[in-house]
Structure formats: structure tokens, C-alpha cells
Write a protein that binds this ligand. Sequence first.
Ligand SMILES: O=C(O)CCC(=O)C(=O)O
Length: 238
Amino acid sequence: MVKTTYLILIWGKFLNKLEFFYNNGYTILENIFSDFECEEIVKIANDLKTQEDYVPIMNIHNSSDKILKFMSNEKILEFIEDVFKGDARGLQTEYFFMPPGTKGFSPHQDNTYVKAEGNTFVSAWIALTDVSKENGGLMIWPETHKEENLESRQNESVPSKNQDPNARKMSLIIPEKYESISPNISKGSVLIIHSWLAHASNDNKSKENRNALLCTYIKKGANFRSGNYAKRQSFNLM
Ligand SMILES: O=C(O)CCC(=O)C(=O)O
């Protein structure tokens, strides 16, 4: 009986997260990875880094089975497959070192680029260090996913050192009624982002790297745009 009550409580907690996600366009899955696991991923990325600068590594899962396994985490997949109501496959990864002074991404919606239909595409942004507004944490505009495809305008100044070359080219035009928040996310926790949620990142004003791994998922069989820079490809998870 105690066991059944416990299971119902856990189930209820999980259902609430899903409901929260549908209403707000995001949710945070707390403490999914240990400090040790996060540090292992940071070390893999640092060892894979070949160039002098800290430009993010696109599709880092292609160079490391550990990262593929990391993104195949059972709790993340369980949540995402509940959103999809079907099987998930990997789509893209990007590793961010974000050293001190790096400028953040401009506001955008991931699905502007991926062009997936309905609930068939979701992003999971994994904090590998404790993140806040101060050190480049994400800025999100809750409920903007309900607007679906918003317009963007071209930014005037584009270049930014140690950043994805597309990170600051365009800025989403977000209706004034939405307010942004910059949630603190602890190392090893995961921000699940709806395909149409408006988000950006703060500049890193701290003295340390802001390490994070973006993992994106597509529902099995769903269509998507591959993209010239991201070169998305649906792949099997572990
Ligand atoms: O990690 C970041 O600073 C932003 C990542 C992001 O928003 C994205 O890749 O869509």
C-alpha cells in the first residue's frame, strides 16, 4: 500500500512537470547528472577542442560515445517521449564552453531553424556548471511557445568571439506582454525547451567558463530541416 501511494506521488509529480511544460513552454528536470558525470563531459570537450578559441563544438556526440550515452539519459528520454507520445531519436548536439566575456545568443525559437511539425521536436539544455544570469545562463520568455512562429529581424553587429557564428545574426520580435526570466540552473540539471519557446542567453560576466551541452531530439519519423551549419541528422540513442 505504501509502495502504491509512493508510486502515485511520483507519477503525479511527473504529470505536473508535463502539464507545466505544456503551459509554460519549459520545465527544469533537477539533478539528473552527478557532479562527476558533468565534469567527465567537460573534460571530454576540452580534450576534443582542437582550435585556439572556444567556439562551440557542433554535434560533439559524433566524437564521443560517452556524450551519446549522456544524452540518452533515461529520465530525459522518458520526459521527451511523453511530450512526443512516441519514440525519440537524437537530432543535434552542441557543446558550449562560453568563456568569460562571451556574448550570449540573441532571442530565437529553435524551431525557426528546424521546422518540425507539432510536438515532434524538443531541446534539452544541460547545465554542466551552476548557471545564473551573471555567468551566461539562459533567458526564457514563458508561454511564448503558444505564439508558434514569431518574426525576427536582422541584427546590426554580428561578430562575437568564442560563439556560434549564427548566435547573434537575428533577433526574435517578442510581443511586449511576455516577460523574460533567467532561472538559476544547478550543475547536472536540465532545462527542457519547447520547440517554439523564445529564449536567449545572457553574456558571461563571470570569471569562469559556463559549460553547457545542448541536446535536441526529434520524434521518430518526423520531418525536419537539416541546416547548413548544424547539419542535423536523426540518429539512434543508446
Ligand atoms: O547555450 C547558450 O548560450 C544558448 C544555446 C541556445 O539557445 C541554442 O542553441 O538554441
